[in-house]
Design a binder for this molecule. Sequence first.
Ligand code: PGA
Length: 249
Amino acid sequence: MTLSKLVAGNWKMHGVSSDLDELRAISAAAGDYPGVDVALCVPAVLIERAVRAAPGFAIGAQDVHHAEKGAHTGNVSAHMLLDAGATLTIVGHSERRDAQRERNEEVRAKAKAALASGLGVILCVGESLEQREAGRALDCVTTQLAASLPETPERPGSLAVAYEPIWAIGTGRVASCDDIKEMHGALRRCLVDRFGPAGSGVRILYGGSVKPSNAAEIFRTPDVDGALVGGASLKAADFVPIIAAAAQG
Ligand code: PGA
């Protein structure tokens, strides 16, 4: 199945009011590539201003709590994100799995709650350098995905999986196209095992040092349905050529 590509930016802990001009420029340019779905996942406090700055453009969050509401100081629910105008959220980013000690079960609960509420979800998985060097990358990442995926195929079309090797994030190192192809093929099998034919409709994104100079090659790789882009999503001058490459690939 050929899926339209999704190019999502992850602004991480970057972005204040003065950066909304970049967001406006990205949103305006994205309109030139109607075949590519484009989104920016911004800090939670910027979501509402981002939605106002670029009406109709997909704005996402970077995390969500699994509960609807309650005594969870500092957390934000799916309902709150929707209320602020977000249409999607990242869950299970390796920076949160590491610094916030998020386990697979928690990532699964977040994905489930977000999908049930109507948000799109980008669920991140990826191996450490140690796991890759030990030849355990495929095994570790498919196990991680199986444990992080919701059990039921609720709205699988609103789910994307991002394969982000931890050693490639923010380092300038990129997985080889052969490695990406092998991993994405294994993740596709995992998704079909879990969701049946609907698993073929889940987009699998690559993330980790995607830049204008390597995007075209990555998008041409089989089973790559888009990208999750960190550093190169902060400026329109870097991000728009990546969107353009997705339109070609
Ligand atoms: P990077 O980040 O593109 O800066 O490597 C990707 C990510 O962490 O999602």
